[in-house]
Design a protein around this ligand. Structure first.
Ligand code: CDP
Length: 223
């Protein structure tokens, strides 16, 4: 009997472009494991800060990384990262982490430490009986899963993105993070050839998810 198709959906985009909400919606609709790689970079950043490492001091980052083991805990449809057996808490959304994360995420050694971990999430999804994986981040369609079945790139007007963060009660300079994320040498945020670009500025989460779902189901042709 042929096994059911397993799909990989990559969603990239800038800060507060709507990735997490739509990834969650798609994971529910298609029974996909949801992997929020931004939360992995945030968790590593919180751990770096906890260990006193500085993004400007590569040796301190390497020493801190050497002390870390990574694991995954699947909770519902979400693949959460464990660092040395611990699930990170709300500190990963703090002002300190918002300010530091793009600096740590620009370090190739730190990105490398997450590379095979992120690719391994496809196996975790298969083992967990999911119909696929939806992974969101900045370099999913370009570096982690360039052969993903669907590669989306979300964007939105910067003023609208700042408003979204404020509504979530967060202080976050999204334009500054985008500038850093787009200009770094390793795996910069950019719209890669073949990705489906979606402007979410005036759309609700449900509208964005419907649009993406229709493409996944083949109800509308891929533009
Ligand atoms: O949710 P939001 O869009 O604010 O950001 P996030 O997805 O939580 O990601 C936080 C930060 O992690 C980004 O600003 C990037 O610096 C970094 N990141 C990355 O470099 N590569 C990824 N695949 C995901 C996140």
């Amino acid at each position: 009997m042929p096994s059911k198709p397993f799909i990989i959906v990559a969603i990239d985009g800038g800060a507060a472009s709507g990735k997490s909400s739509t990834a969650r919606a798609l994971s529910e609709r298609f029974h996909l494991l949801h992997s929020d790689t931004g939360s992995y970079y945030r968790a590593l950043t919180a751990e770096m800060l906890r260990q006193g490492a500085s993004a400007g001091d590569l040796e301190s980052v390497k020493a801190a990384l050497a002390k870390i083991t990574l694991g995954t805990r699947v909770e519902g449809r979400s693949a959460r990262i464990e660092i040395c057996g611990r699930l990170p808490g709300e500190e990963i959304r703090s002002k300190e982490v918002n300010e530091a994360v793009s600096h740590f995420a620009a370090i190739p050694e730190l990105r490398n430490s997450l590379l095979s971990y992120q690719r391994g999430q496809a196996e975790t999804a298969r083992d967990g009986g999911f119909a696929g994986l939806v992974m969101e981040g900045r370099d999913i369609g370009s570096v982690i899963f360039p052969d993903a079945d669907f590669r989306f790139f979300l964007h939105a007007d910067p003023a609208e993105r700042e408003r979204r963060r404020l509504r979530q009660g967060q202080v976050d300079r999204v334009a500054e993070r985008d500038r850093l994320d787009s200009s770094r040498k390793t795996a910069p945020l950019s719209l890669t050839a073949g990705a489906i670009s979606v402007d979410t500025t005036t759309l609700t989460i449900a509208e964005v998810a419907d649009l993406m779902a229709a493409l996944i189901e083949g109800k509308t042709p891929v533009p």
